[in-house]
Write a protein that binds this ligand. Structure first.
Ligand code: TXA
Ligand code: MG
Length: 346
């Protein structure tokens, strides 16, 4: 795969007549793949009804074929065109959280291409709230299958530059709408069971969902490593930085001890820390990912931090753990995967 990747830099505000949006939409209509920002992370889009177009996403990312994609829509009619039915609970969730970082798994009517659903009888759909994403969806008139726009296994991109690092020369274009806001992916909720199930924690929190749907449960496989998760994508290595990542679960003193031990062994250690912990450390290099007291800030910085340390500079990366409340559940889910479960507990 070797093609010229076009990079459009958008100026705000976005309008539908913007030539970058029109060009990107034309490429998508011509079965090409184009990356664009959403409010969560950058997505790599293709016409969700065309198997040949969707195949290009899998090739560009090096994504396993049994991992289904999320279909992005800009209006309700597009949902009706892809599913057999919408339960009352799904309706409720859509009206409360769309547009926004919530993906619903619904019964597919088969109109989404086979490789979008990886042969499942369900299809995952979300309506993003980002203006650029909506403008591209509207200009193309297509439902767009769009996984995160990273090479498979790498941290998701929260900036057009991250997309170029991974996919330059492998895709038709990237629409640069600046850094994304939420920073972690959408929450995936299976709405095909009587009680909806959270398959992947994300931008919409469990607490928010429970307020509306008290019976909602979290896929037990998320907590237990030996169980097969219901969401196929959750079983793969994910979000991995260039050097091994260890999570340090303990107080500041414990973190310092672990850090010192590695330094004594001659390891070059990079640290990802909250501003509170960073203040306590006499160490370089440290990447601060926000305050412990503001987990939305940490979510916004997480993938950037994971991409920052290069193999040439550090042998190992240490990161603290965060409270699993609110968006903290998504942060810890991603960190555990990025660390391949390497957690040092006090
Ligand atoms: O925020 C997001 O959701 C981003 C942006 C670009 O919208 N997209 C994203 O896509 O994170 P991706 O492909 O990286 O993750 C899709 C997740 C995977 O865990 C996949 O297994 C799950 O959704 N999924 C997709 N279709 C499914 C289905 N029919 N049933 C269960 N899980 C499904
Ligand atoms: Mg992804």
């Amino acid at each position: 795969m070797n093609e010229q990747t076009k990079l459009w830099k958008l100026s705000t505000p976005i309008d539908k007549k913007n030539s970058a949006i029109i060009e990107a939409a034309e490429l998508l209509k011509a079965q090409q793949v184009v990356a664009f920002p959403t409010e969560t992370v950058y997505g790599l889009g293709a016409d969700a009804t065309r198997e040949d177009a969707v195949q290009k996403i899998f090739e560009a990312k090096g994504r396993p074929a049994d991992n289904p994609l999320i279909v992005h829509v800009s209006n309700r009619d597009q949902v009706d065109e892809l599913v057999t039915e919408i339960s009352a609970i799904a309706e409720k969730l859509m009206s409360a959280f769309w547009p926004g970082p919530l993906t619903l798994v619904l019964p597919s009517n088969g109109r989404a291409a086979k490789n979008v659903t990886a042969g499942l009888s369900t299809v995952a759909i979300r309506m993003p709230s980002d203006d650029t994403a909506l403008a591209i969806l509207n200009a193309s008139g297509l439902p767009l299958a769009a996984p995160s726009a990273n090479r498979s296994g790498r941290p998701s991109p929260t900036d057009a530059e991250h997309v170029m690092q991974d996919l330059d020369g492998r895709i038709a274009g990237v629409v640069d709408g600046g850094p994304t806001g939420v920073g972690v992916e959408s929450t995936v909720v299976d709405c095909t069971t009587e009680n909806p199930i959270i398959l992947r924690p994300g931008g919409v929190t469990k607490e928010d969902l429970q307020e509306l749907v008290p019976g909602i449960i979290v896929d037990p496989a998320l907590a237990e490593q030996d169980k097969q998760p219901k969401s196929p994508g959750m079983k793969y290595t994910h979000y991995a930085p260039e050097s091994p990542l260890w999570l340090i679960d303990g107080d500041e003193r414990f973190f310092k001890e672990q850090l010192q031990q590695l330094k004594d062994d001659g390891d070059r250690v990079g640290v990802i820390a909250s501003s509170e912990l960073a203040e306590q450390l006499d160490h370089e290099p440290v990447i601060v990912c926000g305050s412990r007291e503001d987990l939305t800030e940490v979510a916004g910085e997480l993938y950037r931090a994971l991409r920052q340390f290069k193999k040439a500079d550090v042998d190992i990366i240490l990161c603290e753990t965060f409270a699993e409340t609110g968006v903290g559940a998504a942060i810890m889910n991603r960190l555990q995967k990025a660390a391949s479960q390497k957690i040092i507990q006090h």
